[in-house]
Design a protein around this ligand. Structure first.
Ligand SMILES: *[C@@H]1O[C@H](CO)[C@@H](O)[C@H](O)[C@H]1NC(C)=O
Ligand SMILES: *[C@@H]1O[C@H](CO)[C@@H](O)[C@H](O)[C@H]1NC(C)=O
Ligand SMILES: *[C@@H]1O[C@H](CO)[C@@H](O)[C@H](O)[C@H]1NC(C)=O
Ligand SMILES: *[C@@H]1O[C@H](CO)[C@@H](O)[C@H](O)[C@H]1NC(C)=O
Ligand SMILES: *[C@@H]1O[C@H](CO)[C@@H](O)[C@H](O)[C@H]1NC(C)=O
Ligand SMILES: *[C@@H]1O[C@H](CO)[C@@H](O)[C@H](O)[C@H]1NC(C)=O
Ligand SMILES: *[C@@H]1O[C@H](CO)[C@@H](O)[C@H](O)[C@H]1NC(C)=O
Ligand SMILES: *[C@@H]1O[C@H](CO)[C@@H](O)[C@H](O)[C@H]1NC(C)=O
Ligand SMILES: [Zn+2]
Ligand SMILES: [Zn+2]
Length: 430
């Protein structure tokens, strides 16, 4: 039998002294009960790496499992074939959301550990669902399946399609080596395809008839190398060749296709670096009399976490699953939000989400020394230890979400703080 609204209200009032803490046991038990299934989902995704927007197997694995768990599922949500939305609601109230990512990298599989991110989203949603279904909490939990994080910006398409409308927060996590970090900023990131087109000719008989596309690329590559002296520590420029005309030594190369990335601490800074890069690129074309073509395809905004959500996550973690009290993880580091330098290194399409509603992307360790985007990290992301860390992270994320659902004061303060932050970081933006 479902409790009446009046009963629910009084129950909530009674619980309000320690509402979230009071539910931790039930929430953790609900997640633990599904651990075998969660381990299988994790393994299925890890063993079958798929690139952005091609995550067909991950999409099926996740949505089938979520359906078995009793969520309302929309497969291929928002007309994106590998996106999904899973929902569970009980009564009126706020809506908490989690993200599952599941795209892999070319050649090195799940070397960013998105199999763990996918698992955490599902586990956290199961935790909140328990509170909604059996513990008298009202509101809604939404799990968004967000494809193509690595470069094609699945969450940006989802934002534009309205996937985050009406939600109160977006919670997710990302694996790393050694640290538990609840407040992680990320850099603003811009990326473009850049091609140089020239004229082929015999490299010995008629080099003066050629226009060298490789020289165009090398000229720009060299100029960015020189420009690095003027960069700030948090700026990034990186570039690779992704295609070219047949490279033989006796033909002047007439085509190079490359990708260029620019990142900065904030959007204005990334824009400034990008402006200088444009000068460098045009100059390289001019210097080699080749034609240049610049086609941008990525614009991830900097991620600005909700300090209040990060602080609550940290508090709940230390109270319920303090990693320093666990022999297996006592030699890792826990970085409190107030001790985080705020210096970001990577980027994420969750950056865009953080400008739309209060959001966090907490970090958790899988150990080892192989860095993300290294084949060694793929191995670290596939271990039982990594899975256990993911489950612990999901438990604390679920409790954080429950604080948003249950605590009106908390939710109000979270939104106010977020609005003020957005106002502050928008100064100077066009
Ligand atoms: C869905 O996407 C397909 C191609 O990806 C497009 O042709 C179609 O018009 C879209 N439908 C809607 C309703 O947006
Ligand atoms: C599932 O969706 C149906 C149809 O929209 C709705 O009536 C029902 O309340 C939903 N169930 C849950 C648990 O959210
Ligand atoms: C290219 O070089 C010419 C000088 O030969 C200069 O006048 C022109 O401004 C340059 N264009 C660009 C885009 O750098
Ligand atoms: C640059 O290339 C064009 C052909 O695209 C050619 O007409 C022109 O003479 C070249 N300029 C120089 C300075 O070689
Ligand atoms: C960038 O280049 C890649 C590889 O050629 C291609 O698949 C992709 O469609 C290009 N993106 C854009 C926006 O042109
Ligand atoms: C996110 O990114 C796109 C560019 O890719 C931008 O146009 C959009 O306004 C950004 N912000 C939000 C909050 O979606
Ligand atoms: C922590 O200790 C374990 C063994 O107790 C070891 O395997 C692991 O590498 C250590 N991790 C760090 C970050 O020092
Ligand atoms: C509710 O949130 C407020 C503001 O963050 C906090 O002071 C209070 O302790 C919270 N109540 C519970 C029961 O967690
Ligand atoms: Zn990655
Ligand atoms: Zn990643």
């Amino acid at each position: 039998m479902r409790p009446t609204a009046a009963l629910l209200l009084s129950a909530n009032a009674l619980l309000s002294a320690s509402c979230v803490n009071g539910l931790a046991e039930e929430v953790f038990a609900a997640i633990d009960k599904q651990d075998d299934g969660l381990r299988t989902v994790n393994k299925e995704i890890w063993e079958n790496p798929e690139l952005g927007y091609q995550e067909v197997h991950a999409h099926k694995t996740l949505t089938d499992f979520l359906e078995e768990q009793g969520f309302n599922i929309t497969r291929s949500a928002y007309n994106i074939s590998t996106a999904f939305r899973a929902e569970y609601a009980s009564g009126e109230g706020r809506a908490v959301s989690f993200n599952s990512e599941y795209d892999a990298l070319p050649g090195i599989g799940h070397a960013c550990g998105h199999n763990l991110i996918a698992t955490i989203g599902v586990a956290a949603a199961i935790g909140v669902k328990e509170a909604l279904q059996n513990q008298g909490v009202s509101g809604k939990v939404v799990l968004i399946g967000t494809p193509a994080e690595e470069s094609l910006g699945g969450k940006i398409k989802l934002l534009e399609a309205g996937a985050y409308d009406g939600l109160d927060c977006s919670l997710m996590a990302h694996p790393g080596n050694k640290a538990y970090a609840s407040y992680g900023r990320t850099l603003a990131s811009w990326r473009a395809n850049v091609t140089w087109s020239g004229e082929a000719s015999h490299a010995a008989a008629a080099p003066f008839m050629g226009r060298n596309a490789l020289d165009g690329f090398v000229s720009a590559y060299t100029s960015t190398g020189l420009y690095r002296q003027q960069l700030m520590a948090t700026d990034r420029i990186h570039h690779v060749i992704q295609g070219a005309s047949d490279m033989v030594a006796n033909i002047i190369p007439d085509f190079v296709d490359s990708v260029w990335g620019v990142r900065g601490h904030s959007r204005p800074r990334a824009e400034q670096v990008r402006e200088q890069l444009y000068r460098i690129l045009y100059a390289s074309s001019n210097a080699t009399n080749t034609t240049i073509d610049i086609t941008p395809f990525q614009d991830y905004w900097d991620q600005n976490p909700s300090f209040q959500l990060a602080s609550e996550y940290h508090r709940l973690q230390m109270e319920h699953l303090n990693p320093l009290e666990d022999a297996e993880t006592s030699n890792f580091t826990v970085v409190a939000p107030e001790d985080d330098s705020g210096e970001a290194s990577a980027s994420s399409d969750q950056g865009n989400v953080s400008w739309f509603l209060p959001a966090i992307q907490v970090g958790f360790p899988v150990g080892g020394t192989a860095p993300v985007h290294n084949a060694g990290f793929r191995e670290l992301a596939g271990t039982d230890f990594a899975h256990q860390q993911a489950i612990k992270t999901a438990k604390v994320l679920a409790l954080t979400g429950l604080q948003v659902l249950q605590n009106e004061t908390f939710a109000k303060a979270m939104w106010e703080e977020w609005e003020q932050m957005i106002e502050e970081i928008s100064v100077g933006l066009s």
